[in-house]
Design a protein around this ligand. Structure first.
Ligand code: NAD
Length: 587
C-alpha cells in the first residue's frame, strides 16, 4: 500500500474524476486509508511504498503491476499523468527481488487493476477496452504460461477490470455484468457456474462493491447494500465495510488501494560440485538467452555473457556460463531454481528499430524494414559498434554476393560467420562467374560447371588458405576477398555435407563453436542471411539483449529464428539477393 500523503484529484482521466476535480480532502483520505490499513493488518503483512509529490494516484498500488510467483510485470500506463509512477513501481519490485518484466513500448498494461487471478482455476482474467491493450494479454499468457481470458470493458465508469470483477474463494465471482460486452459475459458464464456468480446491482456497482479484497471468506469493501450482504452471507462470506468514498472521487476503492503479493522466498542460489569432467550435477540449471542474476551472499550478481543451453558456474563470486562439455571436476554449478531471476529485455522504441519487434514481415513491409535496417547499420558503424553477419551460400546463388562484399568494404560488417559453402561459392563466382556451375549473369548451367566448386576448393588447398590465394593475386574480388583485405575476421564452421573442405573451414565442431562465440562477443546486431544451420547455432549463443535480423525465403525458418526469446529480433521473409541489393541501395 502507499499512504495518501499526496492524494488529490488533480486531473481527469476517468468519469469519476470529471465531477471531482480539486474536490478531495487529504485529511479525510488519510483517515479512511488508515482505517483500511488497520483492518487489513489483521489479516496480512503490509509493505508500504513511499508516497511522492506530483503523483496523486500512486496510492492505487493495484496498478503497480501484476505479480505472479517471483515475477512482476510492471505496468505501462496509458495516460501521461500516471506514467511517472511506473519507474517507482519498477524500482520497488527490483529492490524486493522480483524478476521484473515490462510490456514493449506502445503496449499498455495497468497491472493488477486489469488482471486478476481466479482463486480456484488456473486462469488469469484480463480486462481491455479502456486502459490495458488487448495485445498485453497475449504477452502475459506467453510470459506466465497461464490461460488468459480476455474481457471487454464497455462502461467508462468501470475502466479497470478490478472495478467490476472480483474472483472469490470457492469459485465464486462478484461482478457487474453491465460493465462487459455480450461476448465477455458469455465467457464468464461458460467458466463460472450460475450458482457461483454473484452479480451486483447498479447501486452496488457504483459504490465499487466489486473493488473488494478477500482474505479467507472475509471481504473488505467500501460498502454493500443489504441485498448484497445477504447474498454474500449465504455464500459463507463475511463482508466488512470500510468507507472509502474519498477515493471513489478518483475512481478507486479498497482493491485499487492494494496490491496482493505472494511471499517471495529470497533464498540464496544453490551450487553443487562437479565430480566427473564434462558432466553436471543432475539438477543443474540450464541457461536461457536472458540476463540472469543469482542471489549469492545476500547480493544479486549478474551472470557474465548469458547464452542458451549452458550451465552457470560460480568462480570467485563471478557466475559465468559454461557448456556441459567444458565442466571440470570441482566447478561449482548452479542447481535448482531458487535464488535465480531472469530479466527479459524491453523492445527498443520506434526510433530504435523495434517498431516491428519480434514481428515477421513479408512483402508489404519489406521496404520499410530495409530502411530501418540501413539506418541501424549506419548508426552502429558510425558509433564504432559491431555488426556480425551470418551468411549461407544462397547469398551467392541469388546474386547478393556483390552487395554483401560492398557492405564489408564500406565498414558495415565487423565479423562474418558461415560454413564451407559460402566461401567456396563466393570464390567460384569471383574466379569463374558461376555458383555451383550456374552462370550468375545468364542463369544457365555452363559446360563442365559441375566441377567448378571442386576446382576452387582444389586451388585454395594448393595455396594453403584463402588469404594466401588472395596474397598471390589469384582471388581478386568477392566476400572473402573483402573480408581479408579489410581485416574483417571470419569463421567457417564445417558440416557433414562439405566438399573439400577449404583449408580455412574448421572441421572440429567444438572449436568452430568456440570461434563463432569469440566473434560474437560484444555484438550489437546479428544479421542472419539465409542459413538455417548457422543462424540457429548463433541464436543459441547470443544473449537476448543483442538485436537480430533474420532474412529467409521460408516463413517457418524466419519465425523459428525470430522467436527465440529476444524481443529485439525481426524477421523478413524475402529473397536474400533482393534484400541485399535493396539494402545496398539504401546505404
Ligand atoms: P540451410 O538449409 O541451413 O539454410 C539455407 C536457408 O536458405 C534455408 O533456410 C532456406 O529457406 C533459405 N533460402 C533458400 N533460398 C533462399 C532465397 N532465395 N532467399 C532467402 N533464403 C533462401 O543450408 P546452408 O546454410 O546453405 O548449408 C548448411 C551447411 O551445409 C553449411 O555448413 C554449408 O556450408 C554446407 N554446405 C556445403 C556445401 C559444399 O561444401 N559444397 C554446399 C552447400 C552447403
Amino acid at each position: 500500500m502507499c499512504s495518501p500523503d499526496h492524494f488529490s484529484v488533480d486531473y481527469t482521466i476517468n468519469p469519476w474524476m470529471d465531477n471531482n476535480l480539486h474536490q478531495s480532502s487529504i485529511d479525510r483520505a488519510q483517515y479512511q486509508w488508515q482505517n483500511l490499513y488497520h483492518t487489513l493488518q489483521q489479516f496480512s503483512q503490509i509493505d508500504l511504498l513511499k508516497s511522492q509529490p506530483g503523483l496523486p494516484d500512486l496510492v492505487f498500488t493495484a496498478n503497480a503491476g501484476l505479480v505472479y510467483g517471483d515475477r512482476a510485470v510492471v505496468s505501462r500506463f496509458q495516460y501521461a499523468e500516471r506514467q511517472g509512477e511506473a519507474p517507482i513501481f519498477k524500482d520497488w519490485f527490483e529492490t524486493q527481488g522480483y524478476t521484473v518484466s515490462e510490456m514493449p513500448e506502445g503496449i499498455h498494461f495497468e497491472g493488477a487493476g486489469d488482471a486478476l487471478f481466479d482463486r480456484t482455476q488456473a486462469i488469469l482474467w484480463a480486462g481491455y477496452g479502456f486502459r490495458s491493450d488487448f495485445r498485453s494479454h497475449l504477452l502475459l499468457a506467453k510470459l506466465l504460461e497461464i490461460e488468459v481470458l480476455s474481457l471487454h470493458l464497455i462502461n467508462p465508469h468501470f475502466y479497470h477490470l478490478d472495478t467490476c470483477f472480483c474472483p472469490l474463494s470457492d469459485g465464486y465471482l462478484l461482478y457487474y455484468p453491465a460493465a462487459f460486452d455480450e461476448n465477455s459475459n458469455a465467457i464468464i458464464e461458460s467458466r463460472i457456474p450460475q450458482e457461483k456468480r454473484i452479480p451486483v446491482s447498479d447501486e452496488d456497482a457504483y459504490q465499487f462493491a466489486c473493488n473488494a479484497i478477500e482474505f479467507s471468506k472475509t471481504i473488505v469493501l467500501n460498502c454493500a447494500s443489504d441485498a448484497l450482504k445477504d447474498q454474500l452471507h449465504q455464500a459463507q462470506f463475511n463482508p466488512i465495510e470500510i468507507p472509502l468514498d474519498e477515493f471513489l472521487k478518483s475512481g478507486g476503492s479498497a482493491k485499487c488501494l492494494t496490491l496482493e503479493l505472494p511471499t517471495v522466498p529470497n533464498q540464496p542460489a544453490q551450487f553443487q560440485l562437479v565430480t566427473q569432467p564434462g558432466v553436471a550435477p543432475d539438477d543443474f540449471y540450464a541457461t536461457t538467452l536472458y540476463t540472469t542474476d543469482i542471489l549469492h551472499e545476500s547480493h544479486w550478481i549478474t551472470v557474465e555473457s548469458p547464452r542458451m543451453d549452458a550451465t552457470i558456474v560460480l568462480t570467485d563470486k563471478h557466475p559465468h556460463c559454461k557448456l556441459l562439455r567444458d565442466l571440470e571436476v570441482g566447478d561449482r554449478v548452479l542447481i535448482g531454481s531458487q535464488g535465480i531471476r531472469t530479466r527479459i529485455p524491453t523492445a527498443h522504441t520506434a526510433t530504435d528499430f523495434g517498431f516491428m519487434a519480434s514481428g515477421v514481415s513479408s512483402e508489404r513491409r519489406v521496404e520499410l524494414a530495409i530502411d530501418q535496417i540501413a539506418s541501424e547499420l549506419r548508426s552502429i558503424r558510425d558509433r564504432g559498434g559491431k555488426t556480425v553477419v551470418v551468411a549461407g551460400p544462397v547469398v551467392i546463388h541469388t546474386g547478393g554476393g556483390a552487395a554483401l562484399a560492398k557492405l564489408i568494404r564500406d565498414g558495415y560488417v565487423q565479423a562474418l560467420l558461415g560454413g564451407n559453402a559460402i566461401a567456396v561459392h563466393d570464390i567460384e563466382q569471383s574466379l569463374l562467374g558461376t555458383a555451383l556451375g550456374i552462370d550468375l549473369t545468364h542463369g544457365n548451367a555452363v559446360q563442365g560447371g559441375h566441377r567448378h566448386h571442386l576446382k576452387v576448393i582444389n586451388l585454395i588447398r594448393r595455396y594453403g588458405s584463402i588469404a594466401n590465394a588472395i596474397e598471390a593475386g589469384i582471388v581478386t574480388s568477392g566476400i572473402m576477398y573483402d573480408c581479408i583485405r579489410n581485416s574483417i575476421p571470419f569463421a567457417l564452421a564445417g558440416s557433414i555435407r562439405d566438399d573439400g573442405p577449404l583449408p580455412d573451414t574448421q572441421m572440429d565442431l567444438i572449436q568452430a563453436q568456440a570461434d563463432y562465440a569469440k566473434l560474437l562477443e560484444g555484438a550489437d546486431l546479428v544479421l542472419m542471411l539465409s542459413s538455417m544451420l548457422h543462424s540457429i547455432g548463433v541464436g543459441n549463443m547470443t544473449p537476448a539483449s543483442v538485436k537480430r535480423i533474420c532474412i529467409d525465403i521460408n516463413p517457418a525458418v524466419v519465425t523459428k529464428l525470430s522467436d527465440r526469446g529476444s524481443l529485439d529480433s525481426i524477421g523478413i521473409v524475402t529473397d536474400v539477393g533482393l534484400f541485399l541489393r535493396l539494402l545496398g541501395d539504401r546505404l
